[in-house]
Design a protein around this ligand. Structure first.
Ligand code: SF4
Length: 296
């Protein structure tokens, strides 16, 4: 996992060794979608096979992070293209099993996959000019504890702070999920980060910006305090429901059309499967996200 670029939010960064039960936007979203999916991922920790589209999203995020680590005048499309191979190589080093996505370095499908990642980067440059921006942080790991004791943890793609102090949170979407499904999920994630930033810095971000690179569309949203307070109560309720299910092991399946994207269908009672014996609530649940969690 890459370290943040730039200055981190005061008090927002925590030691990576910290382990306390925590809620991330991905896991909260899992539980909302299907409690059994949450169990499979967060409690059983069953392995999943990432798709090429997910991995491409991770690589593109990594390139954009590296790009903002360069001196401002060097942030051009050529540099971005040059960063692609090292970003892919580093991801394979971190997760050697990803090399199995292709039949070796000469697989023509690898070349076209890299080409599709390049196209997303080119779209990015059509959407904004990184030479006109100096983000405060990229891939910022944030964490905060709500008054109720719920610990929230996650990564923000980019934090921009205007000279006047207004904060903008930016999230890149590389388009692996269907737009209508992905949008609600993405907004949930962005409200999560807005709440963490607000609780950490005492300031509500002025704007949440989703950048859909494949379609070159931007979706901007201005959160307000009433809404974030309501969202905070929603997260607390989700966490309480997770803890209740965690004690009893009663994580129910909630079938939907999203089951088509579930890696664990074969173990799901809604599809005639049998889950493994409940291993018990993990103590403590680190609430961590993998790099692949953060792609769309
Ligand atoms: S197949 Fe559907 S219902 Fe079953 S665990 Fe996966 S998401 Fe839940």
């Amino acid at each position: 996992m890459a370290e943040p670029v730039g200055t981190a939010a005061s008090g927002a960064l925590q030691d990576r060794g910290t382990r306390r039960p925590a809620l991330s936007p991905s896991r909260a979203g899992d539980f909302k979608q299907c409690p059994l999916l949450y169990r499979f991922r967060a409690v059983d920790r069953l392995p999943e096979t990432p798709t090429r589209a997910q991995v491409r999203g991770t690589v593109v995020h990594s390139v954009l992070e590296r790009l903002f680590g360069l001196p401002i005048e060097q942030r051009d499309p050529e540099q971005a293209r040059a960063l692609l191979a090292p970003a892919w190589a580093e991801l394979q080093e971190q997760q050697p099993e990803l090399a199995g996505l292709f039949d070796g370095p000469d697989d023509p499908e690898l070349a076209s996959w890299l080409e599709s990642a390049t196209a997303l980067l080119e779209s990015y440059f059509e959407m904004e000019d990184p030479r006109r921006l100096e983000p405060e942080a990229c891939e910022l790991r944030v964490e905060t504890e709500l008054d109720s004791g719920v610990l929230l943890r996650g990564f923000i793609d980019r934090v921009d702070v205007a000279p006047t102090g207004e904060i903008r949170l930016v999230d890149y979407k590389t388009g692996a999920a269907p737009r209508e499904i992905g949008e609600a999920k993405a907004m949930f994630q962005m409200k999560f980060y807005a709440l963490v930033l607000w609780r950490t810095r005492g300031e509500i971000p002025r704007q949440l910006l989703l950048m859909y690179l494949a379609s070159k569309q931007r979706l901007a949203y201005a959160p307000d305090e009433t809404e974030l307070r309501r969202f905070e109560r929603t997260l607390e309720a989700i966490w309480q429901a997770i803890l209740r299910a965690g004690k009893t092991g009663d994580f129910r399946p909630n079938p939907s059309r999203l089951c088509d994207y579930c890696d664990h269908k074969a173990l799901c009672p809604a599809f005639g499967g049998t889950p493994p014996p409940y291993p018990g609530w993990p103590e403590p649940d680190p609430g961590e996200e993998s790099v692949l969690d953060r792609t769309d």
